[in-house]
Ligand binder design. Structure first.
Ligand code: ADP
Ligand code: ZN
Length: 777
């Protein structure tokens, strides 16, 4: 027997090895193996098993790693699709579907010494006092970790060993599972009676799950093209059918914050468990708070649907991640909740995938494989006949468009549960404030008054500014000097703590000059301009010296527990005003927060990105959603220099549909997603001339292969650029870009992969291909 193996060293090729007699029956598709490669031993994954090979003189597989196949055939197939669609080497795609710690050669289980009481054959001996005390604890627990015993009995291992010598106990090494949530106390919860719109939504999801259960999985069909049809966007000609047969198994759950989406997820998961299937719940890393996890654990911690809920995210220790992953692989945990890469969790059979906050950009991985977890979720759902639910208060245009075309089923929850009102949003025109106060203030009169009201009433306030640091730049008004990063084409940000200038791209640090560094100028009156969260904090302290203020951004939240601690303090009312960057924008429920202030709403609008309006709308809506989750109606102040911008006005009116209609006009006109799909090709190098030259060369190649041929399939292809990237220089590398737009991305990405491999580039220029990019920087 022969095994085909994909090696971890990226070679875009697979190699055949003989399965030695001792391993026959153990090596299967998905097994992790060690094989000889030249003089080295390398690791790889078996991608196929065959009777014979086209090659002679095959070497044998050396050994198998792990008792179980690590990559299930279904996940393997998903990795293949990913490599194809996102233009990356299959080895890289394969590598990303397993957590690093699971891929390692040694088993990652933690063994610990356990103490176990043994049955007593004869009379119980009389023990010295200390030993008797220790024995009392063991007798009650029967079995426990040695370390725990030593701690709770305040004794030493030597004393415990004496009991072992007497034949009373046995000390042995056992696997001890690490449970990252062991210290949380979780009270079981019961399903809540749904309101009418929740019930309608759940009914449709359940019906689709039942239909899926009776369908033959499409995973056997072999080709990928058919399966990713659901992802492709058609050119919009011809009306979408009113009723879909069979019903779509992807849902877009559009519900304002607090409308009860999570409760629907929980009840849909319960249905999956009843069907004997499991579920994956994706949430953005930042909303993966203990509160979120707890809600899922609490529902499935008891009763007949009891199961383990595994959690996968980057804050776990390697050991915890190892154990959580294996709980899933062994089928003990049937529910997985995690960030982006949890979409590859080996849940089998899989009944349901939930992508919460589906519009979040953190679902996109910014390094190879540059996959979008939401889109991978949809493909996986189709491959494994699982129902996919995308949830959001502010759906991405992509998903809403697919729903409007009938590709997804739209489910709407228009109201908050318990009739809580949406907050009242007031837009403050900062141009007028600037005139009155001779220069733009940080706080408008209106916002100041509102804060002071809340302080008097003992209610809480959240202030939002998506920019950390003190000032955005250091400028000389006399000669026009701006302190810039030597490695990146952006200005340095002034940080008050440590009085330093910091680059937010590469981390470059500089001391603040006391006079203008321009030799000919040396102006001592060099100034800081622009506002960051640090400055908001400082000004606020002057305005309200008695208020208890806390700031939350990447500069102060350094340790794993900081975030939790501050939120805990805020929850119990130890903080009056919380200032923060997007860290505080989502998922937090604080009933006593009745005011939200958005210091500078235009910030996201000025990004050189066709999604700038969409991002602003989403951000304003999400941040506003933090206000008024209790009995008192919330109030939001949006400070803006462009108060009539549609993104701001539609957010003010909580009008998603209005925003969608208006934004789609612009996307249609310029053929931007969701009307098309984008491939962003970036050339990078230290020598700008060479980068430019390579970009021109690439453009000619693209035209030659994709545009000139008479039979070209890419009739709708738009090639824009090459042009310098919005951030021309980052970490000493110059970047030039070409943007391609087409509706036929599956085909195009395959073609781009081939081209990239054949393209002759100078040695120090690299090309990256980003399919469906979310960051155009
Ligand atoms: P979302 O996920 O849309 O923000 P949640 O599911 O978190 O909304 O619901 C908000 C709050 O309302 C939660 O505390 C939840 O337990 C509660 N809730 C959800 N559905 C109902 C319902 N039908 N009746 C009463 N309370 C509900
Ligand atoms: Zn820099």
């Amino acid at each position: 027997m022969i095994a085909r193996v994909s090696l971890e060293i990226a070679l875009r090729k697979e190699f055949d090895y003989v399965i030695p007699p001792g391993l026959v029956g153990q090596v299967d598709v998905g097994s992790r193996v060690q094989v000889p490669f030249g003089p080295r031993k390398v690791l790889g994954v078996v991608t196929a098993v065959a009777e014979e090979s086209a090659h002679a003189n095959l070497k044998p597989i050396l050994k198998i790693i792990g008792a179980q196949t690590l990559v299930t055939p279904k996940v393997l197939k998903l990795a293949r699709w990913m490599a194809d669609y996102y233009c990356c080497a299959p080895e890289i795609a394969l590598k990303s579907v397993l957590p690093e710690v699971v891929r390692q050669e040694e088993s990652g289980w933690r063994e610990r010494l356990f103490v176990r009481a043994l049955p007593m054959p004869g009379d119980f001996p009389k023990l010295p006092k200390r030993q008797q005390e220790v024995w009392n604890i063991i007798e009650e627990r029967r079995e426990m970790p040695l370390q725990e015993l030593v701690e709770s009995a305040e004794t030493t291992a030597a004393t415990v060993r004496k009991l072992e010598d007497r034949g009373l106990i046995e000390i042995s090494s056992q696997i001890s599972e690490r449970d990252p949530y062991a210290r949380e106390e979780i009270l079981p919860t019961q399903p809540i009676v749904l309101n009418a719109s929740q019930a309608t939504a759940l009914k449709q999801i359940i019906r689709a799950m039942d239909v899926c259960s009776t369908r033959v999985p499409r995973v056997e069909s072999g080709t990928v093209s058919k399966e990713d049809r659901g992802l492709k966007i058609e050119d919009g000609k011809g009306a979408a059918p009113a009723i879909l047969h069979p019903p779509s198994s992807t849902f877009l759950l559009h519900g304002v914050t607090g409308s009860g989406k999570t409760e629907i997820y929980l009840q849909a998961i319960a249905h999956a468990l009843e069907q004997g299937k499991g579920a994956i719940v994706l949430v953005p890393e930042i909303s993966l708070t203990p509160q979120t996890v707890e809600r899922f654990k609490a529902r499935f911690s008891s009763g007949k649907l009891q199961t383990l809920v595994a959690v996968l995210h980057s804050h776990l220790s390697a050991g915890e991640r190892h154990d959580e992953w294996h709980k899933i692989r062994q089928g003990r945990a049937r529910i997985v909740i995690g960030a982006r890469s949890a979409i590859f969790a080996p849940v089998e059979p899989l009944g349901l995938i939930i992508v919460d906050e589906e519009h979040e950009h953190t679902y996109k991985q910014e390094e190879a494989p540059r996959y979008h977890a939401r889109d991978v979720a949809i493909v996986r759902g189709q491959m494994e006949n699982a129902v996919v639910v995308l949830g959001s208060a502010t759906p991405s245009l992509e998903s809403f468009y697919n729903a409007s075309k009938g590709k997804y089923t739209l489910l709407e929850l228009p109201e908050r549960v318990d009739d809580q009102k949406m907050p009242h949003v007031r837009v403050v025109d900062m141009r007028q404030a600037a005139v009155k106060e001779k220069g733009p203030p940080i706080f408008s009169r209106q916002l100041k008054d509102a804060i002071s009201d809340r302080l008097e009433r003992g209610e809480q306030t959240i202030l939002f500014l998506n920019r950390r640091g003190y000032s955005t730049s250091l400028t000389c008004e006399k000669c026009g000097y701006v302190a810039e990063c030597p490695n990146c084409s952006i200005s340095l940000t002034y940080h008050r703590t440590g009085t330093k200038l910091l680059c937010h791209i590469c981390g470059h640090l500089e001391q603040v000059p006391s006079v203008c560094p321009n030799e000919k100028c040396k102006n001592p009156a060099i100034r800081y301009s622009g506002t960051g969260t640090q400055k908001v904090e400082e000004v606020l302290a002057k305005l309200f010296p008695h208020a208890r203020v806390k700031r939350m951004d990447a500069d102060v939240m350094k340790r794993k527990d900081d975030y939790r601690r501050v939120l805990g303090d805020f929850r119990v009312g130890k903080i009056d005003i919380l200032i923060g960057t997007q860290m505080i924008a989502k998922g937090l429920h604080f009933p006593n927060v009745t005011l939200v202030g958005i210091i500078y709403a235009d910030l996201a609008l000025h990004q050189p990105d066709f999604r700038a309006g969409e991002r602003t709308f989403q951000l304003l809506t999400q941040v506003s959603g933090r206000a008024g989750r209790g009995d008192v109606e919330g109030e939001v102040f949006v400070q803006s220099f462009t108060p009539f911008h549609p993104a701001i006005q539609f957010a003010r009116r909580h009008d998603f549909n209005g925003f969608y209609e208006q934004e789609m006009e612009f996307r249609e006109q310029l053929k931007y997603p969701p009307v098309s799909r984008v491939a962003l090709l970036t050339l990078k190098g230290r020598n700008e001339e060479k980068v430019k030259f390579s970009a021109d060369h690439l453009k000619r190649e693209l035209e030659k292969r994709l545009v000139t041929p008479k039979d070209s399939r890419y009739k709708d292809l738009i090639i824009a650029g090459p042009a310098p990237a919005p951030l021309l220089k980052a970490e000493s590398f110059y970047r030039h870009q070409i943007m391609l737009r087409t509706t036929k991305m599956s085909a195009l990405s395959r073609e781009l992969s081939l081209m990239a491999q054949a393209l002759a580039l100078p040695e120090d220029v690299t090309l990256t291909i980003d399919i469906d990019p979310v960051n155009l920087g």
